[in-house]
Structure formats: C-alpha cells, structure tokens
Design a protein around this ligand. Structure first.
Ligand code: HEC
Ligand code: HEC
Ligand code: HEC
Ligand code: HEC
Ligand code: HEC
Length: 164
C-alpha cells in the first residue's frame, strides 16, 4: 500500500485497538491539561512536542517552553501554581514517559508521523480532548502491535528495520 493509502486506512476513525490490560496508572507531577492548550489556546502538537515531525523522538516540553506564559500565575489552578514554583526554582518538571520502547528497538516519529503521514491520534488517541494527563498508553507499543499495523499498511516486517 502507498503512504497515501496508509493514511486513508489509518485515519482516526479507525483507531488502533485499546489496551484493557493495564492495572496501573502513571501519575504526572502536574495535572497538565491538553484540552485547554490545544482546543482553547490553539496550540499545534508540534508547538510543544517540537521534534515529532522531524526527528526520532517527539520529546516532552519543559519549563523553558512554559515560562513565556507561566512565570506568573494566570489562574487559580493549584496545578499551575506547582508549575510557577518549578519555573521560579529553575527546576525541570520530572514528567514521566508513558509510551516507550526498549533501547534495542528503533522507532522514529519522523518516519511515521511525517513520511508515513500517520496522524498522532492513531497511536496516541484523542489527546486534544484530555483535561488531565492520560495515565496509561492508548495503544501499547509491543512487537506484535507494531507488526500488525505494518502488515496492514504494507510496511516492512524485517527484523533488521526495528532491531539494529
Ligand atoms: C502546551 C504544550 C502541549 C501541547 C500543545 C501538546 N502537548 Fe502533549 N504533552 C505536553 C506535556 C506537558 C505532557 C506531559 C504531561 C502529560 O502527560 O499530560 C504531554 C504529554 C503528551 C503525551 C504522552 C507522552 C508520554 O509518553 O508520556 C502524548 C502522546 C502527547 N502529549 C501528544 C500530544 C498531541 C498528539 C498533541 C496535539 C493534539 C499534544 N500532545 C499537544 C504538552 C503539550
Ligand atoms: C502561549 C502561552 C502558554 C504556554 C506556552 C503554556 N501555557 Fe499553560 N496556560 C496558558 C493559559 C492562557 C492558561 C489559562 C487557560 C484558562 O484557564 O482559560 C493556561 C493554563 C495552564 C494550567 C492550568 C489549567 C488547568 O485547567 O488546570 C496549567 C497546569 C498549565 N497551563 C501548564 C502548562 C505547561 C506545563 C506548559 C508548558 C509545557 C504550558 N502550560 C505552556 C497559556 C500557556
Ligand atoms: C505509529 C505510532 C505513532 C505515531 C503516529 C506517533 N507516535 Fe508518538 N510515540 C510512539 C511510540 C512508539 C513512542 C515511544 C517511543 C520511544 O520510547 O522511543 C512515542 C512517544 C511519544 C512521546 C513521548 C516522548 C518521546 O519523544 O518519546 C510524545 C510526546 C509523542 N510520542 C508525541 C507524538 C506526536 C505529537 C505525534 C504526532 C505528530 C506522534 N507522537 C505520533 C508512537 C507514535
Ligand atoms: C499505525 C501503523 C503503524 C504502527 C502502529 C507502527 N508502524 Fe512502523 N511504519 C508504518 C508505516 C506505514 C511505515 C512506512 C512509512 C513510509 O516510509 O512511508 C512504517 C515504517 C517503519 C520503519 C521503517 C522501515 C523501513 O522500511 O525503513 C520502522 C523501523 C518502523 N516502522 C518501526 C516501527 C515500530 C518499532 C513500531 C512499534 C513501536 C511501529 N513501527 C509501529 C506504520 C506503523
Ligand atoms: C515493526 C517492528 C518490529 C519488527 C519488524 C520486529 N520487532 Fe522484535 N520487537 C519490537 C518491539 C517494539 C519490541 C519490544 C516490545 C516487546 O517486547 O513486545 C521487540 C522485542 C523483541 C525481542 C525481545 C523480546 C523480549 O522478551 O525482550 C526479540 C528477541 C525480538 N523483538 C526479535 C525479533 C525478530 C527475530 C524479528 C524478526 C522476525 C523481529 N523482532 C521483528 C519490534 C519489532
């Protein structure tokens, strides 16, 4: 299948199967609200996840990206108050990664989100609607789950592409 075909087949209207297996939820240090920043303030994903279209890792933004607007509190939110304190102390917010693959696996955001034109939501779900951090992955990046989409979209399942 061509990349355009893959985009069509993998639009958010046909999301990947969701995990029902995770007993735990990861707690983030600040209850960040995607919905406010994306839907109300009009941010694009890549305004914060700077490298999601151009590099291997999307990256999670930190105080240097938030300080422009949150050096002083704009709301009564206790969650924002925590952020203001981190910024004042010059301390990084210790965000925890929910999605991860082991070091022996090669996964590139650029390859999927840019070259493959797969929308973020296909793998990460309806993030823009979230008013607090998601505690568990929407889609679990296991070998079987990677290979299932490769099979469906005609991408290679040769061991060497995903493993050095
Ligand atoms: C204003 C900045 C900002 C914008 C805009 C933004 N994000 Fe985020 N994103 C964050 C922060 C901060 C976190 C860490 C806290 C959390 O998980 O909510 C995060 C976490 C995530 C995570 C979880 C990563 C992990 O492994 O823990 C995903 C996936 C994600 N964002 C995707 C998106 C997508 C897709 C969009 C666009 C619809 C988007 N984000 C827009 C700041 C932003
Ligand atoms: C361009 C300005 C801007 C940037 C950059 C920005 N924010 Fe915000 N943020 C706002 C505004 C404005 C509000 C208040 C929105 C409202 O309540 O209507 C807000 C609200 C918040 C709140 C409280 C919202 C709630 O509903 O609890 C938190 C927490 C927050 N931001 C965290 C972050 C973090 C973390 C970053 C950096 C990754 C960030 N913001 C980057 C403008 C920004
Ligand atoms: C084909 C599936 C897929 C697509 C599409 C995708 N991601 Fe990811 N994302 C992943 C996987 C897998 C990881 C874990 C990667 C790792 O640990 O190296 C991840 C990790 C992340 C993280 C955690 C920080 C990091 O860099 O590891 C953020 C934030 C994120 N993605 C945002 C995005 C955004 C924004 C988009 C759209 C521009 C997007 N992703 C598109 C699968 C995807
Ligand atoms: C939603 C579908 C989807 C998922 C999920 C997905 N991929 Fe892919 N992947 C693709 C498509 C489509 C391409 C081909 C993109 C292109 O080059 O047009 C691709 C390409 C690749 C390539 C490049 C292969 C080459 O020919 O060089 C690697 C490596 C890769 N994916 C690894 C992974 C890993 C690791 C995971 C799981 C963590 C994963 N992918 C999950 C759709 C997916
Ligand atoms: C599309 C990407 C992809 C392809 C193709 C792929 N793998 Fe993997 N593989 C992964 C991911 C992601 C993991 C880590 C998550 C997991 O263990 O499910 C993994 C894990 C592994 C592990 C470690 C399992 C463990 O229990 O720690 C082995 C061994 C492995 N792969 C071998 C292979 C072999 C052999 C092939 C070729 C037949 C192959 N892989 C093809 C993505 C891939």
């Amino acid at each position: 299948m061509t990349a355009a075909g893959a985009l069509f087949a993998l639009s958010p209207s046909s999301p990947l199967p969701q995990p029902d297996w995770l007993p735990w939820r990861i707690q983030q240090p600040i209850a960040f609200n995607h919905n406010v920043h994306v839907e109300e303030l009009g941010f694009e994903c890549v305004d914060c996840h700077l490298y999601a279209l151009t590099s291997v890792r999307a990256t999670i933004p930190n105080i240097e990206n938030c300080a422009d607007c949150h050096e002083e509190a704009q709301t009564e939110s206790p969650e924002e108050a925590k952020l203001v304190e981190y910024i004042a102390a010059g301390e990084k917010v210790p965000w925890r990664k929910i999605y991860r693959v082991p070091d022996h696996v090669y996964f590139s955001h650029r390859r999927h989100a840019s070259i493959g034109a797969i929308e973020c939501e296909v793998c990460h779900g309806p993030i823009a609607e979230q008013v607090k951090p998601v505690g568990r992955p929407y889609w679990r990046p296991t070998m079987d789950n990677c290979m299932e989409c490769h099979e469906e979209s005609g991408a290679s399942n040769d061991c060497v592409y995903c493993h050095d």
